[in-house]
Design a binder for this molecule. Structure first.
Ligand code: FAD
Length: 324
């Protein structure tokens, strides 16, 4: 049976998020392997037609007051309508704050299996298999969904964005029959993070600092400049956040953000299981720690044993030259 894939393309400030293109690229490969088609669904104002060049044959667009900022009831109903209209048997979304709430609701509503936080997807015997980390990343499990519709969320940066294959899409206005009863959440205010850096969950490079930074002043003087030089987003361990060196939004780990960058530089972070739970799927991990026995070295691609107060500024200097 062909696999018809619907990609939920999230937007921010009217722009399609990077994850939308990662998912469409993978969906196109999977649909080619199974003989299916790719559709997309977009909420709010964004350049929906441009998704045709990225492999979507139809783009369903829901707009209006319910689709500016996230309103759970309305968005789940609209996703359900998009699944029905597209005849999708597989739905892909980025592992995000929105899908963390919307996809379980959708799953319960339409009786669809759900596999969250996948880091890979593949076609096998005409079916889609999602690979996801379990037990705080200690093991990987392959999930094949047997229900008529399967929902998968995928961590940002799991797939690289290739060249757009080209093509055009028909853009269809989605009538999800939204009523006042679906407007179960009212967004009163949206607070933007103070930093202009790419959001941690989507960042391709991250430089994180730990308790070892000793103060907010030295966190700002060491971690942030190195992050800037590496064109990276700053992150922090919980110990650093609890000590007030960095805001909570920068925390990586089990009770912080789950990240999946190409490069993760850990400055003076021991590698506690709760920190690893948030970053161990990073493609390349560079650990700088003065304790050669620190657990982070078991997971690091490259390890530097030494004092971060000497190594980080030297690295910053070289990266500034190399990436200028
Ligand atoms: C329920 C629960 C949830 C948690 N959630 C999270 C979470 O989401 N994220 C998270 O990070 N933690 C979380 N934690 C806390 C976690 O267990 C660790 O306490 C925390 O990650 C430690 O942070 P750290 O590595 O910065 O500090 P430490 O463990 O104190 O490590 C500091 C490291 O810096 C090294 N160091 C010191 N000075 C230098 C120097 N000058 N140069 C180089 N290296 C140096 C030391 O050798 C050491 O390895 C959670 C804990 C619990 C119980």
């Amino acid at each position: 049976m062909p696999t018809n894939i619907l990609v939920f393309c999230e937007t921010e400030g009217g722009q399609l998020r990077k994850s939308a293109f990662e998912l469409l690229g993978k969906a196109t490969q999977l649909a080619a392997a199974t003989g299916g088609k790719v559709s997309a669904v977009v909420f709010g104002d964004a350049d929906a037609a441009s998704l045709g060049a990225w492999g979507a044959s139809t783009v369903y667009v829901a707009s209006g007051p319910a689709f500016g900022t996230y309103v759970a009831g309305a968005w789940v109903k609209a996703l359900q309508a998009a699944i029905a209209s597209s005849g999708a048997n597989v739905v892909l979304g980025s592992a995000s704050g929105v899908t963390r709430e919307a996809f379980p609701r959708l799953s319960a509503r339409i009786g669809a299996g759900l596999s969250v936080e996948c880091t890979d997807l593949r076609a096998e015997g005409g079916a889609i298999v999602g690979r996801r980390p379990v037990y705080a990343g200690k093991a990987l499990v392959d999930v094949k969904i047997k229900s008529a519709v399967g929902l998968y969320t995928v961590r940002p940066n799991s797939f690289t964005i290739g060249a757009a294959p080209g093509g055009s899409a028909s853009v269809v206005a989605l009538d999800a029959g939204i009523t006042d009863a679906d407007l179960d959440v009212k967004v009163v205010e949206t607070l933007k993070p103070a930093t202009q850096a790419v959001d941690l969950t989507e960042a391709d490079r991250i430089v994180s600092g730990g308790r070892s930074l000793k103060s907010k002043e030295s966190f700002d003087a060491i971690v942030r400049p190195l992050a800037k030089a590496a064109h990276a987003t700053p992150g922090a361990s919980r110990a650093a956040v609890d000590a007030g060196y960095a805001p909570h939004g920068d925390q990586v780990g089990q009770t912080g953000k789950v990240v999946n960058p190409s490069l993760y530089i850990a400055l003076g972070i021991s590698g506690a299981i709760q920190h690893l739970a948030g970053m161990r799927t990073s493609r390349v991990i560079v650990a700088i720690n003065k304790d050669a026995e620190a657990p982070i070295f078991q997971y690091a691609t490259y390890g530097i044993v030494g004092d971060l107060f000497e190594i980080a500024p030297a690295l910053e200097k070289e990266l500034t030259k190399a990436l200028a």
